[in-house]
Write a protein of this length. Structure first.
Length: 173
C-alpha cells in the first residue's frame, strides 16, 4: 500500500500526458507505470498490464520517490558517467596529436591514449572506453601513418620520379 505522501507526489503530475508526449519508449513505459500506480493499481497489476516485471515497477516508483521525475526519465545515467569533462576535450585532442608527433616511428595505440588520460587528465578509462571517447570526439584512433626513423625523403622522391604514369609500383627501366 502506498503512503499518503507518495500519493501526493504522484498527484502533481499528469503521467498520461507525459507518456503521450515522450518519444523514448523506455521513458514512456515508465510514465505509464506511474500513471497506473497513481490510479490505484498495485505494482503487480501494473506489471501485468504493461508486460514488465513487478520488480521493475517498484524500482521505477522508488526512483520517483527518492530522486524525482528526472531519475525516472533516466537522467543522469549513473552507470555510465562521462569521465573526461567537456571543458578538457580540446586539451585532450591536442595532447593526442602531440603524442603522435613525438613518436619517431610507430603509431599511437589505445593503450598509449589510456595512459595519457590517466597521467595528464587524472581519469580512468578502459581500453574500450578510450575508443568510445575517440569516436564521440570524431577522432580516428589511427590518426596518421607512422614514419619510419630510417626513411629518406630524398630517395623516396627520386623513386617516385622514376615510376611510369599509370603503373602501380613498377619502376621505369
Amino acid at each position: 500500500m502506498l503512503t499518503q505522501e507518495v500519493l501526493l507526489q504522484l498527484q502533481k503530475y499528469n503521467f498520461d500526458l507525459l507518456a503521450r508526449q515522450e518519444p523514448s519508449g523506455r521513458r514512456r513505459l515508465r510514465y505509464m507505470a506511474l500513471a497506473h500506480i497513481k490510479d490505484g493499481k498495485s505494482a503487480s497489476e501494473t506489471a501485468v498490464a504493461l508486460r514488465v516485471t513487478p520488480r521493475a515497477v517498484t524500482q521505477w516508483l522508488k526512483w520517483f520517490v527518492d530522486e524525482g521525475l528526472d531519475r525516472v526519465a533516466g537522467i543522469p545515467h549513473y552507470w555510465s558517467p562521462q569521465r573526461l569533462p567537456k571543458a578538457q576535450e580540446e586539451a585532450f585532442r591536442q595532447a593526442v596529436e602531440q603524442l603522435q608527433d613525438r613518436r619517431g616511428g610507430g603509431r599511437v595505440r589505445g593503450e598509449d591514449i589510456r595512459q595519457l588520460l590517466a597521467e595528464q587528465f587524472d581519469v580512468a578509462y578502459t581500453l574500450n572506453g578510450v575508443y568510445e571517447l575517440l569516436k564521440r570526439l570524431d577522432m580516428v584512433w589511427i590518426s596518421a601513418r607512422s614514419v619510419s626513423p630510417n626513411a629518406n625523403p630524398a630517395r623516396q622522391a627520386e623513386f617516385k620520379k622514376k615510376l611510369r604514369p599509370g603503373s602501380a609500383g613498377r619502376s621505369a627501366a
